[in-house]
Design a protein around this ligand. Structure first.
Ligand SMILES: Cc1cc2nc3c(=O)[nH]c(=O)nc-3n(C[C@H](O)[C@H](O)[C@H](O)COP(=O)(O)O)c2cc1C
Length: 377
């Protein structure tokens, strides 16, 4: 679909476009949060409440935002967050995101719950690829880790904030879930969004590609898959066992408490991703930006962050407060839903130009020179 109306000028414009293009139940799955959506709203309030403190009379005629992360040079301190069911927003959505990331020289993180398989994404384009692990069953997790290793993923990201699935009440009201049930309401919603429905008819309902090849004889694994619940017994000891399986960079995602961050490092992790899952899991959760500075002073390893990031200024704030990178979740999914890969690329261009403008007006010529003197929280 080519965008016919005015070209979006920011991420909120893409959110409005996604809202128009997607059936209500799909938009709500993308946009919604758990319970009262307090965490979801608070992620934005917490970022907005931080003020930037510019320095004047600095030569900012040349600016750079490339940076190094885990020994690799990135065009900007950004990565595409792992998100499940990307195929429901745009046909082959995982591939569109991976290709856009490769073009912009930032990592793409493939979700365990992707619609394209680990191998398909690995071979779709060059570019640094990370794999996000959900532990549904320990044997299945081991298989996924081995597949990611064989397919050449550089980094494993273990998600720890889904002990049980958060209840997103918008999904419950809309009857959204897998497998899709064709209730009269769902069918009507589809008819009102014919372009989206046509794509779905052409490609078929997206499947959880990584789980299709799970050993059908392994009844325990099959039962765990059917239950669609995580292994809630996964603990620190299990993390140490996982560390043994993965020889490359290991990050732990979903950390909020700085003492947990320290324990992740003691257990062998190479860094953490501060995240409250974009407000989709625990409601009334602290926002990761609120625990960033304490985490930075607790561990020496890289701290990445996500949840609520929509603007270049948000990213500059987090980097100034000590984060080494920001994962973009919904910001790029809105653009994916609006215009596929071109939408994602344009959204990245918008965010990168926002970062550039912010650096200039902040009096900081290089993103690597940002520090806490540029923010007042
Ligand atoms: C539609 C959707 C699906 C998601 N699926 C996953 C997932 O499969 N694995 C995971 O670790 N996080 C998942 N997340 C959380 C993101 O990785 C990230 O933490 C979150 O989107 C950040 O918040 P933001 O969307 O406000 O930027 C998902 C988020 C969204 C919006």
């Amino acid at each position: 679909m080519a965008l016919s109306s005015r070209k979006p000028i920011n991420i909120e414009d893409y959110r409005q476009l996604a809202n128009k293009r997607l059936p209500r139940m799909v938009f709500d799955y993308l946009d919604g949060g758990a319970d009262n959506e307090v965490s979801l709203r608070h992620n934005r309030t917490a970022l907005d409440s931080i003020r930037l403190r510019p320095k004047r009379l600095i030569d900012v005629s040349k600016r750079r935002m490339d940076t190094e992360l885990f020994g690799k040079r990135l065009a900007a301190p950004l990565a595409i967050a792992p998100t499940g069911l990307n195929g429901i927003f745009w046909p082959k959505g995982d591939l569109a995101l991976a290709r856009a990331a490769a073009k912009f020289n930032i990592p793409f993180i493939l979700s365990s719950a992707s619609n394209a398989s680990i191998e398909e994404v690995a071979s779709c384009c060059n570019g640094d690829k990370w794999f996000q692990l959900y532990v549904i069953h320990r044997r299945l997790a081991k298989q996924l880790v081995e597949r990611a290793l064989n397919a050449g993923y550089s980094t494993l990201v273990l998600t720890t904030d889904v002990a049980v699935n958060g209840l997103r009440e918008r999904d419950l009201r809309n009857g959204f879930g897998l497998p899709l049930r064709y209730t009269p309401r769902v069918v009507l919603d589809g008819c009102l969004h014919p372009r989206w429905s046509l794509n779905l008819l052409r490609q078929g309902v997206p499947q959880l590609a990584n789980f299709k090849s799970a050993d059908a004889q392994d009844t325990e694994v099959q039962a765990a898959l059917l239950a669609r619940q995580m292994d809630a017994s996964f603990d620190w000891e299990a993390l140490e066992q996982l560390r043994e399986l993965w020889p490359h960079t290991l990050l732990i995602k979903g950390i909020i408490d700085p003492t947990d961050a320290a324990r992740c490092i003691e257990s062998g992790a190479d860094g953490v991703v501060l995240s409250n899952h974009g407000g989709r899991q625990l409601d009334s959760c602290q926002s990761p930006i609120e625990t960033l500075q304490q985490t930075i002073s607790t561990i020496n390893e890289p701290v990445l962050i996500d949840s609520g990031f929509r603007r270049g200024t948000d990213i500059v704030k987090a980097i100034a407060m000590g984060a080494q990178g920001v994962l973009l979740g919904r910001a790029l999914l809105y653009a994916l839903a609006a215009d596929g890969q071109s939408g994602v690329e344009h959204a990245l261009e918008l965010i990168i130009s926002e970062i550039d403008r912010t650096l200039a007006n902040l009096g900081c010529p290089s993103i690597d020179e940002l520090n806490s003197s540029f923010v007042q929280s």
